[in-house]
Design a protein around this ligand. Sequence first.
Ligand SMILES: [Zn+2]
Length: 364
Amino acid sequence: MKTAMLPFLGKTPLLAAALGLLALAGLATQPASAEERAKDLFGAKKLPAATAAQSIGFYSKGCFAGGVAIPMDGPTWEVMRPSRNRRWGHPAMIAVIEQLSRDAAVDGWPGLLIGDISQPRGGPMMTGHASHQIGLDADIWLTPMPSRPLSMAQRESMSATLMVDEKTHLVKDALWTPAHTRLLKRAASYSQVERILVNPGIKKKLCDTVKGDRSWLRKVRPFWGHDYHFHMRIGCQPGSPGCKAQEATPDDDGCGKPLAWWFTQEPWRPNKNPDAPKARDLMTMANLPSECRAVLDAPGPASAEAATYHGGSVPVAVAAPEPEAPSLPATAASGMTGLPSAVNAFTATPEIGVPLPRPRPPGN
Ligand SMILES: [Zn+2]
């Protein structure tokens, strides 16, 4: 990762070649904004792009248009950390969250505390998360919704419950309940949900305790963090030709060797270079699919409320006024291939995107 970034930072001939390619693709017309950090531009957007819903690029390198917000409160959910303004997603993502909140309530989970989904137009974030960029990822707390409504101040300050012992990486048995298992099983039951990321300790708890139907465990993947919340990821949705799917999860329950790797020393060795810049700190508009520029420039809806999801099938963002909505190109192919892979430091890797633990090196 670091090595791959060096030629990029150093503006070597490789980069010059890459910029040449971009010029051919017509991107050199706006060189100044191409140099701006994508996280600053996307982080500044308060409202979505009021166009048809479309995810563009990859979970850890892209953006989306036509986003909708989940209301701050529902009968079976509350949005946490509201000041972050990350309650935006593809309408299909918001619909899945809403459905999960209702189904989970029937299963005995009183309601969802909803963490980060995406920024209004996605893209890299100022803080946290390598993914969550195309409106198809959502974090749900592993803490049930309290019976009394939380004030906005409480939602900013209340802590989630740490479910895993940081030394042993095992679930704290006093905290884990069958309702936690049912919540994850319900989330995995939706066909749109492709992956659920949890701490390895939680995956192990499921592997050790789930009886009967274990087929859903295939979707539940171990990853660093995710010990206060789980991460629910849905697949690319219709109408998003530029959405890049991730690799399918293996067919087995994932309880064998790949899980055992997480209980070795290797995944937990201290980062040798903790101050190295993260991908989000380096990404410029030139690193994102070129269509993300149109997403950034598109007009927004009249208000956040005009693009807030209230159930049903009406695409609210599209219903909002959009007199000058630009037409997004039908394909993101040009943006996805704008840089030669050698200088593309942001290609998805297990570290920043898909959790595919490598087997331990032999003899180690
Ligand atoms: Zn997440």
